[in-house]
Write a protein that binds this ligand. Sequence first.
Ligand code: ZN
Length: 289
Amino acid sequence: MKKIFFKLAMLATIPMILMGCGKSKEETGDKLKVAVSISPLKEFTEIIGGDKVDIYCVVKENMEPHDFDFSPSDKKELMERELFIYNGLGLEDWLSQAEEGSDIKLVDTSTNADVIKVNETADPHIWLSLKEATNQCINIKDALVEADPENKDYYEENYNNYKDELNNLYEEYKPKFDTIQGETFVTSHEAFGYLCREFGLEQKAITGLFNAEGEITFKDMEDLVEYCKSNGIKTIFSEGTESQKSSETLVKEIGGTIVPIYTLETKTEGKTYIEAMKDNYEKIYEELK
Ligand SMILES: [Zn+2]
């Protein structure tokens, strides 16, 4: 019995010796080991990479990218991975820490993005536009193909299918939003500039691009209350996790209600990217039509 066990153990060991060790792909059953920064990029990479990639997401589900501390355990994970897929445009202000002393390949998904600038500052929320999200998917697909050319056809096919899904959603809502061009909705965090550009809408926000301004001034709140009252606005869209207090103050002043909206900066419970975007469109359209 002991002999048989020994033989089995030897058989299991031999392939490992033959394959050699220290190579990351082999440790995870031949999967390409990648890291991503935020939840939407995790989902895009999962869809395009399928079962060929192993993904580590740096900003966890209960965290918020505008207020995130890169930790030693994140660093440890990144040291063992081949690609780091990130949003870019200043969203990951800890990028230099991720890069330092590591030979991980950086993949900036904002490459070739049509960037919106607000007071000279790039708006990082590109994933909230279907066109820009598609561009991010191209950058992810190209990086996976380059790192793992053997599975090129697989990545291309997954990308093409998903691109069609994103485009179908755009085609579904474009005619609806065409009927409410130039309309403005009020939101807690200035995250929807790309969504607005895509469909010819306007946003007015309680807090700015990076959501780090903290409490807004009394004067700003007064102006917002005046704006909502004179434009008959009764709905404040808010993600709920951040600046909830300011949203509550505003709705109290105008006698309105808070309606949840997804910035997708953290994982949206039970919803895919497409479902959450559709949910946003539906709520915004219902409010503005
Ligand atoms: Zn944001």
